[in-house]
Design a protein around this ligand. Structure first.
Ligand code: NI
Length: 139
């Protein structure tokens, strides 16, 4: 790969750039370029994850359990993909909000599909996936 640097312009909303600069300071990146470079690498690693043999990770959800049908939908998706769900942990955060951690394992595409199906459920306040590894490919 060529190490030649290429400059390119990026247009961002002022507020977004200001938040990005705060993020870069907190993470001790010396320049915006370094911070952007790290984010691009992270994204590429995640893409690589999608092409691996078998992966393990965790999906984190936050939702209002009182919202109509939401529990039924979340449980339904997990049952339809039971082969990829190792376990779930449910925490009642407060009167309305629940946090659920779904431990997943399997072919990257199957785990990604499970994540997308959960992501598509209306009313979820937060959802993220920690793309872990089974560790087998790492010495
Ligand atoms: Ni709950």
């Amino acid at each position: 790969m060529s190490s030649r640097l290429i400059r390119f312009g990026v247009s961002l909303e002022r507020e977004l750039l200001s938040r990005f600069d705060s993020y870069a300071r907190e993470r001790n990146f010396p320049t915006r370029s370094e911070a952007i470079r790290a984010l691009i690498k992270e994204t590429l690693v995640r893409k690589e994850w999608l092409c691996g043999g078998e992966v393990a990770g965790a999906i984190v959800l936050v939702y209002d359990h009182g919202r109509r049908e939401i529990l039924k939908r979340i449980t339904g998706v997990q049952h339809r993909n039971y082969g990829n769900v190792i376990s779930t942990q449910h925490v009642h955060l407060d009167h309305d909000n629940c946090l659920e951690v779904v431990i997943v394992k399997g072919k990257p595409r199957a785990v990604e599909t499970l994540y997308r199906n959960l992501h598509a459920i209306k009313g979820i306040k937060h959802i993220s996936i920690n793309t872990g590894t089974t560790g087998r490919a790492i010495p």
